[in-house]
Design a protein around this ligand. Structure first.
Ligand SMILES: [Zn+2]
Length: 213
């Protein structure tokens, strides 16, 4: 995969340095990158002057063709959907290519995220074979049913006891809800999603529920 240079500022000594970073990775070809993304060490940079480690975000595409998803980490400077035009084909006479493109559109999850944590959550969801849109709607259901109103956010996480939604509250991460497969399947069969939406998060889920109510 192609690399590009970024400039980063050391959090400790304040000096600027250049580093070569990957534009993205295909984990079917380079599986060692999965762990680096999942512990966010791919965003760690060691200062050649003082040795301090700084966490630096840069646009990064995570592609898993086996589980059929691409997640693009974007930064706040990117306002356009990076997937716009990705499957556009100029040559409309080539029906074979068109067929492949349509097939990919249909079966691929294309997502944009803004933080490494969101990227990790998407990877965990898609690797488990779940649809993140259903998960986001389930989160809103739990938040709506939370009579104490203390839940700030929910995060999908696989555990030894099965998948859960981790609950973030003022006090931290103190509890979790097992992922209810029955609720999942009910939402999945009831909803028709717009496949061109690539930014799937709490804001998206709230907008969908508002439309439906
Ligand atoms: Zn330094």
């Amino acid at each position: 995969m192609a690399k590009h240079m970024i400039r980063f500022r050391c959090e400790q000594c304040g000096k600027n340095h250049d580093a070569a970073v990957y534009d993205g990775v295909d984990v079917s070809k380079e599986p060692q990158f999965r762990a680096k993304v999942m512990d966010a060490s791919i965003f760690d940079f060691v200062c050649p002057d003082c040795g301090a480690v700084s966490g630096i975000l840069y646009p990064f595409l995570y592609h898993d063709p086996v589980n059929r998803f691409m997640v693009q980490l974007v930064d706040s400077t990117i306002t356009e959907d990076p997937f716009t035009g990705i499957f556009d084909t100029e040559d409309e006479t080539d029906q074979a290519i068109k067929g492949v493109v349509e097939d990919m559109k249909e079966r691929y999850f294309l997502r944009t995220v803004r933080t490494p944590n969101e990227l990790m959550e998407k990877i965990a969801i898609f690797e488990a074979g779940y649809d993140d849109r259903v998960i986001e709607l389930m989160k809103q259901g739990i938040i709506a049913a939370d009579s104490a109103g203390t839940i700030l956010h929910l995060y999908y996480a696989p555990t030894d006891q099965g998948p859960v939604l981790l609950c973030e509250e003022e006090a931290g991460f103190t509890r979790s809800f097992p992922l209810d497969e029955t609720v999942y399947k009910t939402i999945q069969s009831a909803m028709q999603f717009d496949a061109s939406e690539t930014r799937i998060d709490e804001t998206w889920a709230r907008a969908v529920l508002k439309q439906g109510s």
